[in-house]
Design a protein around this ligand. Structure first.
Ligand code: R5P
Length: 281
């Protein structure tokens, strides 16, 4: 078995190869004069693991080329962060189901697919091959536990993320709740936990994705007003678009941690052990 990777998922790919004790295949990249990507992976194995998050059009094209390079081999495709997964249905007439377009293009010739905390697991069907979604709530919980926070409250930013927060909190018996938005007037909304009083408490807001950080920063400012003493954020996929990380810092988060599904300076949680275990299954 060999592990190959696209440019922006090389750290995670290296960690997975290290845990599996298998070599990383070399991938040579260059550009044609018109800017098109050229790549060559000269030393393939009959059993190939390809690791690539879908972060942007470039990483998508790079991944398509890597899959084509490996056609005819037994390909395990690991997509730690699956971009385009939030457009999982036609919300308005004339829209594509973007995840269907992306997944069906990637599944061709692949033996199986692994994703990590994909936004909506039901979209896995679009790959057209066996696909499994892994959850790293255990690693998120372990990371928070390592911080030795006194009696943390694990908060989901909304009811939809509650199951994710509960999975993080359950193993340690931490308090868990989700935030609710109540409209006070035309201009005024209040965001507070549905049941738990945060006054004097340490709070960790957890979510699958932090994108612009808008959801969490509004929540943090209100939780501080309600007396929370320390507010942290932890997520699986640190997208941090449109200045999202800085927005969270400005909102008063004392710490922001994400996983290595998207490689960031704050990627303090690793998805590699869960992915390696699944590859071996
Ligand atoms: C939404 O369903 C996701 O779970 C996140 O809550 C959302 O993507 C966060 O977006 P933002 O960081 O832009 O508020």
């Amino acid at each position: 078995m060999k592990v190959i990777y696209t440019e922006r998922t090389q750290i995670l790919a290296s960690r997975i190869a290290g845990i599996l004790g298998v070599p990383l295949g070399e991938v040579k990249r260059s550009r044609f004069p018109d800017g098109e990507l050229y790549l060559r992976a000269p030393d393939l194995d009959s059993d190939m693991v390809i690791v690539s998050s879908i972060l942007d059009p470039e990483s998508f094209i790079e991944l398509l080329l890597l899959i084509d390079t490996c056609l005819g081999k037994k390909i395990t495709l690991v997509i730690p962060y699956m971009g385009y997964a939030r457009q999982d249905r036609q919300f308005s007439e004339g829209e594509p189901i973007s995840i269907r377009a992306i997944a069906s293009a990637l599944g061709r010739g692949v033996f199986r697919v692994l994703t990590v905390n994909i936004h909506e697991p039901s979209v896995l069907k679009y790959f057209g091959v066996p696909a499994e979604n892994l959850s790293i709530t255990g690693a998120v919980g372990e990371y928070i536990a390592g911080k030795a926070i006194d009696q943390p409250i694990i908060l989901a930013p909304d009811a939809g993320a509650r199951r994710f927060a509960e999975a993080v909190a359950a193993a340690y018996g931490w308090d868990c709740d989700h935030l609710e938005k109540t409209r006070i007037s035309g201009e005024e909304v209040i965001i507070k936990p549905k049941q738990i009083d945060v006054s004097g408490r340490n709070v960790v807001i957890v979510d699958d994705i932090i994108s612009t950080g808008g959801t969490l920063s509004t929540a943090a400012m209100m939780l501080a007003e309600q007396g929370a003493v320390d507010i942290r954020a932890a997520c699986v996929h640190g997208v941090f678009s449109a200045g999202g990380y800085a927005r969270l810092v400005r909102a008063g988060f004392s710490e922001i941690a994400s996983s290595d599904t998207i490689e960031r300076g704050c990627s303090l949680i690793s998805s590699a052990p869960a992915i390696a275990r699944a590859i071996l299954r």
